[in-house]
Design a protein around this ligand. Sequence first.
Ligand code: PGA
Length: 262
Amino acid sequence: MHQRTPIVGGNWKMNTDLASAVELADDVVAGCAQLVQHCDIAVFPPFPYLQAVGKTLGHHGILLGAQDVYYESNGAFTGEVSGEMLVDLNVAIVLCGHSERRHVLGEDDQLVNLKARAALDAGLWITLCIGETIEQREAARTEEITLGQLQAGLDDVPIEQMRQVVIAYEPVWAIGTGRNATPEDAQAAHKAIRERLGDLYDQSVADSTRIQYGGSVKANNAAELFAQPDVDGFLVGGASLKSQEFVAIVKAAAKADHLARR
Ligand code: PGA
């Protein structure tokens, strides 16, 4: 089986203030610095705190992430932030197409794709987030929606840039609701995503691309989700604001016995 380094991200969303962001980053370093050989770990603070959090992360190998990016490099785009600016702040990875950006801020697949391509061209890794709403799941449209978002998000992304791409399967009905997908539901979606990556690119891309699960991941459900063969880590929202929970989730994905099975 292909060896994929697990990856766990903490999406802080529009939470923390400067002092608590630095404190949280400090606690993540204390709890996770020893785990970076086994697992890629990223935190995604709000834009204003990127620099301070980056400084706190220091050189311990934990990746600095941003929650959004604009697709132009510079110019008259009031309020937006470019990939180049993020790189300037040592940001390594950026979220694209998070469900809150799609469903609260109104981003469509085309905008998500423009952002993804711009971020990749700037040299960033991206976490492309995809997932269905409860209405879509109940109408048996999970695969159609999820794979449609995958394909649209990766439109015109060349195979050479696929090593910069992480996919996050996040069913919208599981985000912030306390209702996570069952391990079987997650595995079914992840397997379909991996197969589609094989169709869109090739088997090696399908085998090597990390697919995270996101949606009410907690310390007490991470291990059983991670035990699924196509679950390569997590994108964590609420639980990433508590350092102990986040560290426990990273530990669930960084266990050597899991790695041996991959
Ligand atoms: P949650 O959020 O863990 O709070 O459900 C996940 C996400 O939005 O990435």
